[in-house]
Design a binder for this molecule. Structure first.
Ligand SMILES: Cc1ncc(COP(=O)(O)O)c(C=O)c1O
Length: 398
């Protein structure tokens, strides 16, 4: 799969430059169906349906009984939370971090992606984004008045960016390169080789490499996916985002982190106190409990997703829908039927079959002809959803 698109932007107002957020608009379409009496099966969002570990809930309960935990907390995260991230990175990736300087807790990694861009990108700069990518990288860049350049992406279990396709004048004006492995939406992974190529390119061109590792602990094979911080020299030129949202089924809790280059962390740390007042104390304590969970809990949880993935792929292939086998992450990336664009197809499946999917174009123009199915629904809902899709497919395409 090879995708390549350039992009410019000429609007002036920051919010005018923001593309409409897909889920905001799509949720209105879904609500319309629900109002009309349709029992919509939601296989669009990547919000885990499984609960966080029992230990996490117990800690939340206990901390919420402590009157001292209800006031403002340290805005840039309590020391114990920073230390818990350090402990998790040491156990999981063998990486040694300094809690005082290498770790910045965030209210979710999405917030951090936006803030990092606000802090480091000026109007007229370029932000390098993979050809298929989580939309917040582009939205933040546009809001900052930057242009984006989409870097072609080779998708496999050894994915890499085609960095040679970046013209020298674009590289020279670029401030950030975003990468995200395991990859949303395709579930593709990379190896140290792929990460190292990006790091070398960024060092050479003085670009900050931003690795979004939101799915590093949701993998189906080798465990876990690599961290950028395992590479020698990464802390001078790279940052890594991580989050409890997918790793510990805590998407609603808003607990993420930014790790790595001190200059980038300091810039974001300067912005944060103007925007929020830290996370809720009991959430901080429960996040520490999550970060101290053993590997077995994660392996067992990943096995649940693997069963769902295998069921979904078997069924899709059975009725002739081509789909990629993800090595990691929460999604299956599948082809629309011949002659169907992504948005017309997913709109038709919503109104004609009562199943909500994500059109591939949400992740960039290269997603045309694809759609994303989320594995974050209980088996019975997943079965109903895929059976409806199958009936529609057989009725309309045979
Ligand atoms: C690639 C990627 N990065 C970041 C996020 C945001 O995660 P968080 O809940 O930590 O803000 C998501 C959420 O779906 C994602 O898919």
């Amino acid at each position: 799969m090879q995708i390549n698109h350039g992009s410019t932007n000429t609007e002036t107002s920051p919010t005018d430059r923001l593309p409409d957020h897909f889920h905001r608009l799509w949720n209105m379409k879904v609500a319309e169906q629900i109002r009309a009496g349709v029992d919509v099966v939601r296989l669009d969002v990547g919000s885990p349906d499984l609960p966080p570990p029992d230990e996490v809930i117990a800690q939340l309960r206990q901390s919420s009984l402590d009157p001292d935990k209800h006031g403002y907390q340290p805005i840039l995260g309590p020391d114990a939370l920073r230390e818990a991230w350090v402990g998790m990175y040491a156990r999981t990736f063998g990486v040694s971090l300094d809690p005082a300087t290498d770790v910045l807790p965030l209210l979710g990694s999405k917030e951090g992606i936006f803030l990092l861009t606000m802090a480091l990108v000026d109007p007229g700069d370029i932000v390098l984004v993979p050809a298929l990518a989580y939309p917040t990288y582009e939205a933040a860049a546009r809001f900052a008045g930057a242009q984006i350049f989409r870097v072609p992406l080779k998708i496999s279990n050894d994915s890499y960016l085609e960095l040679d396709e970046i013209p020298p004048d674009i590289a020279q004006r670029s401030r950030l390169l975003w990468i995200n492995f395991p990859h949303n939406p395709t579930g593709a992974t990379t190896t140290f080789r792929g990460l190292r190529q990006c790091l070398e390119f960024c060092c050479q061109h003085r670009i900050l490499l931003c690795h979004d590792a939101a799915y590093a602990q949701v993998t189906y094979g080798e465990y876990p996916a690599p961290s950028m911080l395992q590479l020698a020299g990464s802390r001078e030129s790279a940052v890594e985002f991580n989050s409890l949202s997918k790793s510990f089924n805590m998407a609603g809790w808003r607990a993420g982190v930014l790790l790595g280059q001190h200059r980038a962390l300091s810039a974001v740390a300067k912005l944060i106190p103007n925007l929020n007042s830290g996370s809720f104390g009991p959430i901080n304590d429960a996040s520490i409990a999550a970060l101290q969970m053993n590997e077995e809990w994660i392996l067992n949880r990943n096995e649940v997703y693997r069963e769902r993935r295998d069921f979904l792929l078997r069924t899709l292939n059975g009725f002739g829908c081509e789909a990629r086998t993800p090595e990691a992450g929460l999604y299956v990336w599948a082809r629309t039927p011949e002659g169907w664009g992504s948005l017309p197809f997913t709109s038709e499946i919503l109104s004609g079959a009562g199943v909500s999917l994500v059109p591939g174009t949400v992740f960039g123009p290269g997603g045309e002809g694809w759609f994303r199915i989320s594995l974050t629904a209980p088996p019975e809902r997943l079965e109903i959803g895929v059976e409806r899709l199958k009936s529609w497919w057989l009725r309309n395409l045979q």
